[in-house]
Every structure is written in C-alpha cells, then in structure tokens.
Write a protein that binds this ligand. Sequence first.
Ligand code: B12
Ligand code: SF4
Ligand code: SF4
Length: 309
Amino acid sequence: MIDSSQIKAKAIEMGFHLVGIANIDNHQDNAVEHLKSWLAAGYQADMAWMATPTREDIRAYMPEVRSLICVALNYYTPHQHSDDPQIGKISRYGWGRDYHKVVGKKLKALSNWLRSLDESVMVRYSVDTAPIQDKVWAQRAGLGWIAKNGNLITRKYGSWIFLGEVLTNLELTFDAPHTSHCGTCNRCLDACPTSAIIKPHVVDANRCIAYHTIENREPKLPQAVAKNLSGWVAGCDICQDVCPWNQRFAQETDIDDFQPYAANIQPQLTELASISEAEWDRRFRASALRRIKPNMWQRNARANLNKDE
Ligand code: B12
Ligand code: SF4
Ligand code: SF4
C-alpha cells in the first residue's frame, strides 16, 4: 500500500517547496466552463493550442489517472528591476535557468521513484509541457488559489512559483481545494497598464504585455500595447509586483538554478534592439526566454525606445 504522506515527504526531500494531492472527480469550481467561455471570447489570441480538447478532460490525456500529485517551486530572488528608460525589464520567471528543465528534472526523479515502488504504478508528468490546466489542479490540491490577476497565489511564497504535476493511477488521499483570499482587493486590476484583466480572474491575452512580448510573432505590436509596455521586453510582472501577498510573503529561493543570469536583470534596450542571431543563441541558452526569437527581442526593445515606426 503506497501512502500519500510517504509520497509528499519524498517530494519535499527531493526539493519541491509545496506538494498536494488532487482528486480527479467531484469539483465545484466550474473550471471547464470557465476555460470554454475564455476560449469562446477569443481571449487566447493566437495561442490556438489552448483549445485542444484534452485540456478540458484529464482522462483523455491519461485514461488510467486516479490522482494528481501537484508541486510548486519558489523562484523568487531579491533582485529588482530598473526604472531607467534605457533599461529593459525581463520577468522574474525568465531570469535564471529554464523552469521546464529545473521542475521537469525533479518531476522525472519523483516519477521514477514512484515507479520503483511497484510495477503496477503508472505515471506521467508535466510542467506546462502537456495540455493540462496547471493552476486549476494546484488549487484543487490545496497549494493556493487562482487569484484575480490570473496567477496561483500561495500563502507561503506568494505567486512567484512554478507549477507541475505527476498524474498517476494510484488511489491516494486527497487534499482539500484551497480557498480564495483576494477579498475586496483590486490592486492588480487597477495597476495593469493595458487593462488586460478585464474582470477579476479573467486575463485577455490580446491585451496582455506578457502575451505580446513572449507569444506574438507578428512584426509589430498593437499600438495599445506598444505604447504601454512600461519597459517590459519579456513577460510582465506588474500584476504580481503590486500584490500584497507577494509584498509580504515572497522569500528567496534556495534553488541555485533560479539565480538570475547577470545579463537578464538590467538589459540595455539598445543592445536588444539590434541583437544578432549569434548573440541571442549565446545569451539565452537553457533559458525559457528562448521562446522569444531574435526578431521579437528587437521588436519589443524598439517599441520601448519608441523606434517601432
Ligand atoms: C496560456 C498561459 C498564459 C497566457 C494567458 C494567461 C492566463 N491567465 O491564462 C499568457 C501568455 C498571457 C500567460 C502569461 C503569464 N504566465 Co502563463 N500560462 C499559460 C498556461 C499555458 C495556461 C493557462 C490557462 O489555462 N489559461 C486559460 C484560462 C481560462 O485559465 P485561467 O486564466 O487560469 O482561469 C481560471 C480561473 O481564473 C477561473 N476563472 C475564469 N473565469 C472566471 C470567472 C470567475 C467569476 C471566477 C470565480 C473564476 C474564473 O477558471 C479558469 C480555469 O478554467 C499555463 C500553463 C498550464 N499548462 O496551465 C501558464 C502559467 C499559468 N503561466 C505562468 C506564468 C508564470 C505566467 C506569467 C506570470 C509570466 C510573466 N511574468 O510574464 C504571466 C502572467 C499573466 C497573467 N496575469 O495571467 C505560470 C503561473 C504560475 C502561477 N503562480 O500561477 C503557469 C502555471 C506555468 C507554470 N507551469 O508554472 N500565460
Ligand atoms: S502580466 Fe502585465 S499586462 Fe498582463 S495582466 Fe498582468 S499587469 Fe496586465
Ligand atoms: S493584487 Fe489583490 S486582487 Fe490582485 S491577486 Fe493580489 S490580492 Fe488578489
């Protein structure tokens, strides 16, 4: 008999900061309906892959799944962004080593350990690498709540965490879903420079700086976004920076891989505006920022320098 507390203890021993177990049935959170209405409204912009039906049905991804072991890794470091208009802002999530690699390596180790317990154990793991709603399952596993700014906030680390999960056929003891703690606060909605949080919990990617700097492959950014970039060239942390939970509870990570590469903290906009393929390749090795191609860095930097005409 494999015990849930044994699995949780092993996950913590392997370096995960939070772990919880989600039931795959009986949810009252309307997550599928919310996803459907978000897609129907076109808030996924050009991310057509968000509409894959598997995202709405975890059994379509793994028919044998009985439980999800959800984990979080804190990535916060105390470095700060610069307000110098010549310096670009890169989101904290991209400062250090690619989180897919860091979280993925630990998930692989946890999966291998589970498999070694009994030959009947089946596992699949994901860190935003499969069509699974990471935040929804993390809330169901009791790690934190999906907040008004669209991020999962934890009581211990705020929202500066990456999420991942192991799907398994094991029948485990489930944790209770986390309750919400935004209360009457609306700071993130008020602070978003492009009004991308169109109502609490709903982010329209068409307006979101994070979407446009990371995912939009068009040669030009929409005017409404370009003129409100506020220095951001890769992602955007504004709605997390203003959050009182982050201001009170952020704590430095103990994971060396998440310490920033020096060039990512205060990059010169003029350098990025003309970054070459070779320099991009050298600078963003083993980085989640590789998703942003050289021409996108140039576009994002030039828009901040008002040179995109
Ligand atoms: C698509 C995506 C994006 C898109 C869309 C953002 C979004 N909020 O959906 C873009 C490119 C904009 C984006 C940006 C960012 N992302 Co992103 N992204 C994802 C991805 C792939 C899917 C998220 C998703 O399912 N969206 C669909 C919508 C419908 O879901 P939702 O916004 O969570 O909405 C839920 C609730 O809000 C609720 N809901 C919806 N409507 C309503 C209405 C009411 C009344 C209520 C009560 C509830 C409710 O139901 C929904 C669930 O079905 C996940 C990885 C994954 N596989 O899950 C990472 C993920 C969410 N991203 C992540 C990160 C780090 C970011 C950024 C912070 C990066 C940055 N600094 O720039 C920003 C944050 C932007 C923001 N404010 O959300 C992390 C978040 C970690 C955390 N602490 O939450 C994730 C989980 C990746 C990971 N594995 O760690 N992202
Ligand atoms: S990431 Fe930036 S643009 Fe997107 S919702 Fe948050 S504050 Fe608004
Ligand atoms: S700023 Fe306020 S409303 Fe927004 S996520 Fe944080 S607590 Fe919730």
